[in-house]
Design a protein around this ligand. Structure first.
Ligand code: ZN
Length: 454
């Protein structure tokens, strides 16, 4: 079988790809509750002849495996939705369910595109009778930045050699490096309550401690490396102004280009919290929720992805799709639209080419993904395909509308083609896999430990 025939296999699965994308979009489940979505993929892949491997302690995660021996090529899929972003396929805000969840990051498409690719790769392995294994990974809780970290903790990635992955976006492109390392931590302050009018001198305010901690962290901002992000919220600060608050807490996200910087910034934030506790004669307890690594770059892997992005024919759009995309764009004022510079030198609302690689190879996205942890366990690369209009941002109702439309589905099917072609090369060109693994080994200067163990 040659690459043309592999493309044909994916082409024949177009209807299936669209159906899965629709099924998952129709029943959005937020991170930690993806039971139905995970079951859709398990049933589909089991029927196709894959062995399903579950992890008891993580019920919505699994992998489905086909084939024998090395290399073991992993294709990562996701399926969690976002709260509050329910939306019909229309160009005006119109939730299917008020306050309901919606696929505003297109993870319905990631699952559908990756599963379609895994099935095509399986059929290829079956027909060609060559040695090798394909695994589809059902990864929950991406939006909580925890699913793949937990999967790593439970050893679910053991035995896999290389991971292919993709994400919906507004352009077709490969990224050498992307996403910031991140950690989520909570600070619980405990003080002493008292009557705020009658005996304020007896009280020790936990809310004062939270406020002073935040002031301290805001002074820290000047003295951290570029691209560091520190954001916080508070969900508790006492009950009424006439009671000195005995309990208050602050919730922090810290992001930085590398995990060691995140850990160091977190160490300094803890010192600030302890200082705030000392100033207010309260006590503080810190709880680390989760954390994920930055994406480790692998240029040889990007070479592979980029050449297959060029090889697979990108989607063409109908006039109706272009009109819908334009209408979605028009819902955002010009100044609010995401500007992605030179890549988007086009009058069309949908990006139809392949973004020149040099524009993106040094880019860092100021967001985080738990895929970063996978990139520390094995070589991993991420590409994106056009699934919503230029200027539309993920995590918006406009994105939910697009990921439920034929635009999103076309993006998923195109991604499936690229994934399958990359897998074909990995099975047929041992030297390509070796070059990627060599670069991975050279850059792997830190021994990987999940944030739960670090
Ligand atoms: Zn996402």
């Amino acid at each position: 079988m040659n690459k043309e025939q592999v493309l044909q296999e994916v082409h024949e699965l177009e209807g299936l790809c669209y159906d899965i994308a629709q099924t998952i979009w129709d029943a959005p489940e937020v991170g930690g509750s993806e039971q139905k979505s995970a079951d859709v993929f398990r049933a589909l892949l089991e029927k196709e002849g894959f062995r399903i491997v579950n992890e008891e302690k993580l019920p919505h995660a699994f992998y489905a495996e086909y084939g024998e021996g090395k290399p073991v090529v992993a294709v990562l899929g996701e399926y969690d939705a976002l709260p509050g972003l329910s939306q019909t396929v229309s160009a005006e805000p119109n939730p299917i369910q008020d306050g309901g969840a919606g696929h505003a990051c297109g993870h319905n498409l990631i699952g559908a595109g990756s599963a379609t690719a895994a099935i095509a790769i399986k059929r290829y392995l079956e027909k060609s009778k060559i040695q090798g294994t394909v695994r589809f990974y059902g990864c929950p809780e991406e939006e909580l930045l925890s699913g793949k970290v937990k999967m790593a903790y439970y050893g679910m990635f053991d035995g896999a050699d290389i991971a292919l992955s993709w994400h919906p976006m507004s352009a077709n492109m490969t990224m050498d490096r992307s996403y910031l390392a991140s950690a989520s931590a909570r600070f619980y302050f405990k003080g002493t309550t008292s009557h705020a009018g009658f005996a304020p001198e007896r009280g020790r305010s936990a809310l004062d401690a939270v406020e002073l901690m935040n002031v301290g962290v805001n002074y820290l901002r000047e003295h951290v490396i570029d691209h560091t992000r520190m954001h916080y919220s508070t969900d508790s600060g006492g009950y009424a102004p006439n009671i000195v608050p005995g309990h208050a807490s602050s919730w922090y996200f810290v992001r930085a280009p590398r995990m060691d910087s995140v850990q160091d910034t977190l160490r300094r934030i803890k010192l600030v919290a302890e200082g705030a506790a000392m100033m207010t004669e309260t006590s503080v307890r810190t709880k680390l929720d989760s954390g994920c690594y930055e994406m480790k770059e692998n240029n040889r892997f990007s070479d592979l992805t980029f050449r297959n992005l060029l090889l697979a024919p990108p989607p063409e759009y109908t006039e109706e799709e272009m009109a819908f995309a334009k209408a979605l764009q028009a819902t955002q004022p010009e100044e609010m639209r995401i500007k992605d510079e030179k890549t988007y030198e086009t009058d069309q609302p949908l990006f139809t080419g392949i973004a020149p690689r040099e524009l993106w190879e040094k880019s860092v996205i100021n967001a985080s993904s738990d895929s970063g942890d996978v990139s520390y366990i094995m070589p991993m690369n991420l590409f994106t395909t056009t699934c919503w209009p230029i200027g539309v941002a993920p995590h918006t109702w406009q994105a939910t509308a697009s990921t439920g439309s034929s635009i999103g589905k076309k993006g998923a099917h195109y991604a499936a083609k690229v994934l399958a072609l990359c897998a074909y090369d990995l099975f047929n060109e041992p030297e390509t896999l070796q070059a990627i693994q060599k670069e991975f080994a050279e850059r792997n200067e830190v021994a990987y430990k999940t944030m739960y163990e670090a």
